[in-house]
Design a binder for this molecule. Structure first.
Ligand code: NAP
Ligand code: ZN
Ligand code: ZN
Length: 370
């Protein structure tokens, strides 16, 4: 078959689409504005979700402004959003776990190859053929790019849709789909728990979930912040101690004492300052993804056999485990609910570390706007 004929066949196999309302960025410098996008009509294996709430992750801002251009260049128009909670409005004939009216959630990925070793191990976020990201990923069904949760609906294959307990508040649950799993997964992987001294760096969306989980797992939790005015909140959220990271004397008091530190900072900062706080065999794990690389001194590793690691979101099975853990322990994010026209202002505030502690968009506001 010629290439043109193959393309024609592919076109005829494409599912029907319907129009969804959304907010998109049309360039790195443009503010987000109303946009209409096509969603596929559900196929037998698909779940169609009316989005009720979508969290605002700092990754949305990095991506919209093309700050990760070397690793994940942004395709415009870009519709961000990967902390999605909504109501199931339609299911395909092969769908088993969901029915119309259920509350369901979607996180940072909507597909992966399902056959590589990492997918089979339930670590789809490390798919050897790269997961399909919820936005700015390759849309393998409709072609073009995937569009995220700053929208009134999304259609996702059943294995990538999460169940949400009706014990959980849906708005406070949305941030669990990225900020929650991204902190839960490394804390579990490095067996954080009782008898351990654990640091969380940065009290933003990720950091405040990290504090909640490390506390729930029984660790002694120290929060590092550049914002002295967040001290009382950090203690209320579960920190046992708060250190103002700009204060060198305060930092020095903790030298060589940590088992594990989780770094959730979105901008440039000195990693050496945190490596020095680790004890023998301690690990500093990065989940924050600043635009620029950070220099590290070899001696900070040599002297105490310390390690520097990273972690990306979490697999589907672990995300479900995290949601169930949250339902059991009454954990949700602390949120500021916004309407979608406020999104650009919310980005400005994120850049000033001024959010308590996650913006969540009330998607009903999309119906009323434009
Ligand atoms: P956020 O809500 O904006 O929080 C970031 C926090 O970092 C701020 O609240 C602030 O905490 C601290 N901070 C900001 N600028 C700083 C600076 N110049 N020096 C030191 N500290 C600074 O962001 P987020 O949504 O939690 O995301 C955090 C990072 O994780 C982003 O880079 C994001 O892209 C990344 N991320 C990674 C994954 C993954 O899979 N690994 C998933 C989601 C997000 P204080 O005010 O307490 O200092
Ligand atoms: Zn995120
Ligand atoms: Zn795979």
């Amino acid at each position: 078959m010629t290439e043109a004929a193959q393309k024609a066949v592919k076109e005829t196999q494409k599912p029907e689409t319907f129009a969804a309302k959304a907010y998109a960025a049309h360039s790195a410098a443009a503010p987000l504005a109303p946009f209409t996008l096509p969603r596929r009509s559900p196929r037998p294996q698909d779940v169609q979700i009316e989005i009720l709430f979508c969290g605002v992750c700092h990754s949305d801002l990095h991506q919209v402004r093309n700050e990760w251009k070397d690793v994940m260049p942004t395709v415009y128009p870009c519709v961000p959003g990967h902390e999605i909670v909504g109501r199931v409005v339609k299911v395909g004939s092969a769908v088993k776990k969901f029915k119309e009216g259920d509350i369901a959630a979607v996180g940072c990925m909507v597909d992966s190859c399902r056959v590589c070793a990492n997918c089979r191990a339930g670590e789809e976020q490390y798919c050897e053929n790269f997961m399909t990201l919820t936005y700015n990923g390759e849309d393998k069904i409709l072609g073009g790019v995937t569009y995220g949760g700053y929208s009134d609906s999304i259609v996702v294959e059943e294995p990538y849709v999460l169940r949400v307990s009706n014990k959980l508040d849906p708005a406070g649950t949305a941030p669990l789909l990225c900020a929650g799993i991204t902190t839960y997964s490394p804390l579990r992987h490095w067996n954080v728990g009782k008898g351990q001294k654990v640091g969380i760096v940065g009290l933003g969306g990720l950091g405040h979930m990290g504090v909640k989980f490390a506390h729930a797992f029984g660790a002694h939790v120290v929060l590092f912040t550049t914002s002295a005015n967040k001290t009382a909140d950090a203690l209320r959220l579960g920190a046992d101690e708060v250190v103002i990271s700009k204060n060198e004397a305060e930092m020095q008091k903790h030298a060589g004492s940590f088992n594990f530190i989780l770094d959730a900072v979105s901008a440039d900062h000195d990693l050496n300052a945190y490596l020095q706080l680790l004890k023998l065999d301690g690990t500093l794990t990065l989940v924050g993804a600043p635009e620029k690389p950070a220099p590290v001194y070899a001696f900070n590793f040599l002297m105490k056999r310390r390690r520097l690691a990273g972690s990306a979101i979490g697999g589907i099975r672990e995300t479900q485990e995290m949601l169930d853990f949250c339902a059991e322990h009454g954990i949700t994010a602390d949120i500021e609910l916004i309407r979608i026209p406020q999104i650009n202002e919310a980005y400005d505030r994120l850049l000033k570390s001024d959010v308590k502690y996650r913006f969540v968009i009330d998607m009903a506001s999309l119906k009323q706007s434009a």
